[in-house]
Design a protein. Sequence first.
Lengths: 340, 340
Amino acid sequence: MGHESESVVVELGAVAVTVSDQSPRFLVRQEGSLKAAQARFVRRGFDVAGDALPSGQFDPEEHRTLEIGLRAFVYQQTGVRLGYVEQLYTFGDRGRHPVEREGGHRVLSVGYLALSDMSDGQSPSGANWKSMYAHFPWEDWRQGAPQVVAEEIVPALKAWAKQSSDSDDQELRLGRMRGCFGQEAAVWDEEKVLERYELLYEAGLVAEARRDGSGLDHSASAHVLAEKLGLPMMSDHRRILATAMGRLRSKLKYRPVVFELMSPTFTLLELQRTVEAVSGVRVHKQNFRRLVERAGLVEATGAVLNQTGGRPAAEFRYRPEVVHELVAPGVRVSSPRKFS
Amino acid sequence: MGHESESVVVELGAVAVTVSDQSPRFLVRQEGSLKAAQARFVRRGFDVAGDALPSGQFDPEEHRTLEIGLRAFVYQQTGVRLGYVEQLYTFGDRGRHPVEREGGHRVLSVGYLALSDMSDGQSPSGANWKSMYAHFPWEDWRQGAPQVVAEEIVPALKAWAKQSSDSDDQELRLGRMRGCFGQEAAVWDEEKVLERYELLYEAGLVAEARRDGSGLDHSASAHVLAEKLGLPMMSDHRRILATAMGRLRSKLKYRPVVFELMSPTFTLLELQRTVEAVSGVRVHKQNFRRLVERAGLVEATGAVLNQTGGRPAAEFRYRPEVVHELVAPGVRVSSPRKFS
DNA sequence: CCCCTTATGCTCAAAATGAGTATATATGGA
DNA sequence: TCCATATATACTCATTTTGAGCATAAGGGG
C-alpha cells in the first residue's frame, strides 16, 4: 500500500451548462485563474490550442467529498457557484492526459455535469460561457439538418469507410455513419452525441484526432475539414463535453432537469425554447404545453407577461412537489417517426 | 504535485449480475482469493460480518485502463471472466472506507456493473453467486407487495418520521416513505432501489447504519428489524449493489441489455422470467411478446423446445443488428396506472 | 379421450401521441 | 379606428401505443 507506483492523481472537471440567447453554453476556465502550483498541472495549450473545462486536482486533505472539491475549483477558476451537480463518468485510460505523458503520475478524471440558470445574476460578468454548438456544429437540428452533415461529414465518413480493406468492415463503418447521422432508414437520435464525436474522432476528422493520432491524413483538405467540424479543446475535454451533452439530452426526457436551467418564473415558450436549445430539435408547441401541464410540472403564478410581441403569456413556475407525487416524468421531445 | 497528501488510492469494484433459478444474483469475493498484500487492504470482517464485492486496488503500472484492472480482479477473486461491463459511479466521500479510517490514504471507489450469462458454463463451479433479494427483501414484488414492506418497513419509517422535532420535516419524511415504497397515491417504482436503501439507512434501520452510526437505537427490537431487512455487506458494498440494481432496472427499459443475461438461444418465457427477476415485477405475457417481437429484438431460430410442460415453445435468438437499425428500444415493464 | 400445462394469436377499450384548426389578445402602423 | 401580424391558448382528430383479457393451439399424463 502507498507504493509510489500505485498512487494516482485524481482530477475533477465540470461541464457546467446554461442556456442563453436560445443557445446552450458551457463554462470554460479563465486565463490566470490558476494558482502557480496548479498552473503547471493544467497549463493551457499544452498540446493544442483550445479552451479547457474548469478542473483541478482533488485534494483529500481539503475536500471531504469529490463534489465539494469540484465546486471549489469551478468557483476559483470561473467565479461561478454551481447549483445542480451530477457525476458523469470517470475517465482513466492511460495516455489520455498530457501530464502523465510527461512522466508524472497516472491521472484519473472524474467528470461532472452541472446546470445553472444564467438569468438570476449568479454568473459574474467575467464568467466565460462558450457556445456548445460552436464545438459541435452537427448537433443543432433546430433549423433542420445542418449543412455540415450532408456536405462535409457524410462524404468524409463514406470516404473513410472505403479506406478499410475489409469489406465487412466497410459495411460496418457505413452502418455506424447512418446510425449516428440519421441517414437513409435511420432517424436522427439527438442523444447519440458521444457516439457521433467518437466516430468523427476515429475517422480522424476532428482536430483532436489529428493532434493525438499518428499516421493520419495530413493534407491541407483534411485540415480545412477539421476546422469546419467545430472548435477543438484541450486534452480530451471535447469528449467529456460530448458525454455531458448526451447525458443531459437523455435526462431531459425522464427527469424534470430543464428547470435547473430556467429562472424561477418563465413562460411556456421560454421553457420550450430551452428544451429545444439543449436537445437541438424543434418541438410541437401545442403538444409541448399539453405534456408539461398534464404532467403537473408547472403551475401558473397568475401574472401575465406582455413583452412577447403577441398575446401576453401566462407566467409559470416549476412545481418541485411533482417529484414526490407519482412518477416524475421529464419533458419528452418526440423524434419524427419513420416507420411504415 | 505528487505530495503524499494529494495522492489517492483507487479501488475498482464490480457488481456482476446474473439470473439463475428466476433469481437475480451477484458475485461475491471468495475467501482466500487475495494475495497477502491485498488481504490487509480488503480484509473481510473489518467492521461488519458480510460478503464483499470483488474488488482491488487499481495499479496504474499494470492496468492500461480501469476496466482491464477490474476484469483482472474479478477473475482472480472469483474465477469469472466478465463479458458486458459498464461503469456505474465513483464513490469518494471521506470516511466511507475502512482502510482510510485506520489512517491510510484516501480511498476512491469506482464501481462497475457487469452482466453475465450463467448458462454457458462461463462461471466456474467455485464462483460464489448470492441472491440479490436476500440483501434487498423489499425489492421483490413479483408475488405482490412483500410482507416486510407493510409489516416492518412502513411502520418503522412512520415511527422514524415522528421522531423529528420539526413538523415540516415529519411531513417530508412521510413523503419520502410514500414515494419510495409506493404507499397511498404513489405507485411502486422499481427503479428507486438506491433511494429506498438510502432512506432505510438514514432512518437507521439497516444493519450497516447501526454499524456506522452513532447515537442510534440500540434496542433489541431494532436489531431484530435490521435482520429482517436483508443481509448486510462489508463497507458500503450494499449501497453500491443498490446503485447497480437501480441502474440495471432502468437500463432494461431503453437498451437491450437483458440479452447479456441470456444464453444464446431462449424461449420468450425464459426471456420474460429474466426480465421479471431483475425488475422484480410481473409483466403481461402476451403484451411482452408483442413488445419484444414488434421491436425486432429477437428472431426465431426455427427450433422448437418441448420440455416446457405444455405446448412446445419456439426458440429465439437475439438480433444484435437491431441496435444499428433505427432506435434501439429496451424491454419496458409497465407499472400499473393509478391516474384518474 | 379428458385434463393439465404452456404457447401463441387476436380483440378491444383506454391513453398517449403527432399534427392540425380555431380563437384570443397583445403590438404597431395605415 | 381598423388591420396586419405576432404570439398564446383551446380544442379536435386520426393514429399509435398500452393494458388487459379471451380464444385457440399443441404438447404430456392419466
